[in-house]
Design a binder for this molecule. Structure first.
Ligand SMILES: O=C(O)CCC(=O)C(=O)O
Length: 317
């Protein structure tokens, strides 16, 4: 069943970008780093969560761009066009981390069906915000949009309190992207990784790679960042990549960094420290099959004892 999961070996790059408060700088810096990654042979390049802005609820409205109806104009979304051009220039697939998105109430659905809910917004203006990831093909075409499904609302006394839902609305679908040369990948965002159902559904629908642009912090990063990546890889016997901004202790939010690629046997293949950097890792055709042959979870599941979560899952809304 898994033999065609990864059709040929592919080089994956994670760009752990130094993200600043200057959007134009972030975009041109991302371009430089993505081109560096493709010079090193990468075919799929990933940017971090909120790569064009600082990370924090108060920043979302200020930096938000309009993506719908798609394609937006350059003025509505400079980031959409910068990423599309960059994918063409680099000749690579670009998973554009994430950006804050704004939708006017009643906005129409995203490319793959994630409709703007028009809930009336959280600030009484009738606008709704999302944490949104855009993936582009080497042709510059938008392949998929993922809106963060699980909002990062946590409160660990004395350590960290964060409430994305103060401003953001959640996305409502799983994002699986078919890349004709290589196979299927799944994209989700940061806190989404803590919900294994999403990963398992994507893997059982045929994804060879789960990608999470993310920005864990110094508390939960130390606790769970690597563990989550390895757990999702182990449970599903697939490749996993987590891409963070680099750490800036002058910023309000201190990202964990440590972007990493994990193999289908849950082994860390490459991991950065907290500084800016790029990992480029070859994902090897046949490796997933080898791991699944050794530990054949795929034929040992007991759906007579518990349900198959991959029978469900919302891909279109
Ligand atoms: O899950 C965590 O600990 C961090 C999540 C996060 O930072 C995010 O969703 O942006």
């Amino acid at each position: 069943m898994s033999s065609q999961l990864l059709k040929k070996s592919v080089k994956l790059a994670l760009v752990q970008l130094a993200c600043t408060a200057d959007k134009a700088h972030n975009l041109s810096h991302a371009r430089t780093k993505v081109l560096e990654a493709t010079k090193r042979g990468a075919h799929i390049v990933v940017l971090p969560e909120c790569f064009n802005s600082p990370y924090g609820t108060k920043f979302f409205p200020q930096y938000a761009e309009t993506l719908l109806p798609s394609p937006p104009t350059e003025a509505q979304s400079p980031t959409f066009h910068a990423l599309s051009r960059l994918a063409r220039e680099a000749g690579a697939y670009i998973v554009g981390g994430s950006i804050p998105e704004v939708v006017d109430e009643g906005g129409k659905g995203g490319k793959d069906g994630d409709k703007g809910k028009g809930k009336g917004g959280k600030d009484g203006t009738g606008r709704v915000w999302y944490n949104t990831s855009l993936t582009f093909a080497p042709s510059g075409e938008l392949l998929a949009t993922h809106r963060k499904v699980h909002l990062f609302d946590i409160d660990i006394p004395g350590k960290i309190k964060f409430k994305e839902s103060d401003i953001l609305s959640p996305g409502n679908k799983i994002t699986l992207i078919d890349i004709p040369e290589y196979g299927k990948i799944a994209v989700a965002i940061c806190y989404d990784i803590r919900f294994p159902e999403l990963a398992t559904i994507a893997a059982r629908k045929g994804a060879f790679l789960l990608l999470y642009p993310g920005a864990f912090n110094l508390t939960t990063g130390a606790l769970h960042w690597e563990l989550q990546a390895r757990a999702r890889a182990m449970d599903n016997q697939v490749y996993v990549g987590l891409c963070s901004p680099s750490r800036d202790m002058e910023a309000e939010y201190h990202a964990w960094g440590h972007s990493l690629v994990v193999g289908p046997n849950a082994e860390v293949l490459e991991q950065l420290d907290e500084k800016e950097g790029i990992v480029v890792v070859e994902l090897v055709q046949g490796r997933i099959d080898e791991v699944r042959k050794g530990i054949p979870l795929y034929t040992q599941r007991r759906f007579d004892v518990y349900p198959d979560v991959s029978e469900g899952g919302k891909f279109e809304e």
